[in-house]
Design a binder for this molecule. Structure first.
Ligand code: SF4
Length: 354
């Protein structure tokens, strides 16, 4: 894996951000944009304003280069350990995650897979290999096509994935995870939706983090998907400075419901290298979620999720899972009972609680 050249990154920064920032500011962003994948869709570059919640999600930040606090990792969920073949992650008995594409329409600065997506030479899963693997693992009931963003694949390739998976009678559920309805809603074309319609029931997990992303264009994209029979739910990430506020999440939840998308998960941030400035301390995340739950229709409340580091597994964040919390000079250690009833340690830097 090699990073793009400074010249290539500079040209991309200038194309996306040149209308907002002077040249010396663009130059400051080159190292972060070189180290981690950088692209902003033309649509987002038109919609966002300097410093707004969309900007903060996709514009490189020099804080991405600061030394990693305790517990950060470029693969915090140990996905590589659970990957028996390229692009397939088999962490839970009945589910697999398939990295069907290694590119996105834009790159989130907090992406859990920034070690893989948007980088030259990274191998996505192959439908044939996944078919053979699942044929030997009939306990798998649920496949999530993700990446990267599978909706950015050519339509014929995405259809080929679905045709391949539909040949596996054991599967009860096929899902697609996509940020395209937010990043580039026009790309959710009638043609794309019509080509997915025959695979019903097909579940699509969108990724909207802030109500400002729910534009007329995004609403139209979701309407096209709904008319094609796709079943829509949304996963958000709780991000400091973007949506770490119950009122914002309430507006987001109702805006999602207004376009027929059920709020599903609100993920606490994984401890990914270079993303400390996005993380909301767990205690505060719980407070925000409680405030949301106290004042919002149940239909508009996503589940607050925590993916335990080191492959401890994803679980709903709840007090009954927290076994202890230990304050030390340089870190706070949360001990959780994980989904296998073992113990997983989640480390937080104490300054985050300030
Ligand atoms: S759209 Fe998803 S996979 Fe792509 S950069 Fe954002 S979080 Fe990562």
């Amino acid at each position: 894996m090699c990073n793009p050249t400074a010249e290539a990154v500079h040209a991309r920064l200038r194309a996306s951000l040149g209308k907002f920032l002077p040249e010396e500011k663009l130059l400051e962003l080159i190292p972060a944009a070189q180290k981690y994948p950088f692209a902003i869709s033309g649509y987002w570059a038109d919609v966002m304003r300097e410093g707004d919640p969309l900007w903060r999600q996709c514009v490189p930040d020099t804080r991405e280069l600061t030394a990693s606090p305790a517990g950060e990792s470029i693969d915090p969920l140990a996905e590589d350990r659970f990957s028996p073949l390229p692009g397939l992650i088999h962490r839970y008995p009945d589910r697999v995650l398939v990295l069907a594409a290694m590119q996105c329409a834009g790159y989130c600065r907090f992406c859990t897979r920034r070690r893989l997506v948007g980088r030259a030479g990274m191998q996505a899963a192959s439908p044939g290999d996944v078919f053979v693997y699942l044929g030997a693992h009939t306990e798998v009931r649920d496949v999530l096509l993700s990446g990267g963003d599978p909706m950015t694949l050519p339509i014929a390739e995405l259809r080929h994935w679905l045709e391949t998976l539909k040949r596996l009678p054991q599967l009860a559920l096929i899902r697609i995870g996509t940020r395209l309805p937010s990043f580039a809603p026009a790309a959710i074309s009638e043609e794309l939706c019509a080509s997915l319609a025959p695979f019903a029931p097909l579940y699509v997990n969108t990724h909207f983090n802030h109500p400002a992303e729910i534009t007329t264009e995004a609403q139209a994209a979701c309407a096209r998907m709904r008319r094609a029979g796709l079943i829509l739910a949304n996963q958000s990430v709780l991000l400091c400075g973007v949506n770490d506020d119950a009122a914002i999440l309430r507006r987001l939840g109702y805006a999602l419901l207004g376009m027929g998308v059920r709020p599903y998960y609100l993920h606490t941030m994984d401890r990914i290298t270079g993303t400390a400035h996005f993380r909301v301390p767990l205690a505060r995340a719980a407070e925000i979620w409680d405030a949301l739950a106290a004042t919002t229709s149940g239909m508009a409340i996503p589940r607050l999720m925590l993916d335990l580091p080191g492959g401890g597994g994803k679980m709903q964040y709840m007090a009954s899972r927290l076994l202890s919390r230990q304050n030390a000079e340089k870190e706070i250690r949360y001990i959780f009972r994980n989904i296998e009833n073992g113990e997983s340690v989640y480390i937080e830097s104490p300054e985050m609680e300030a």
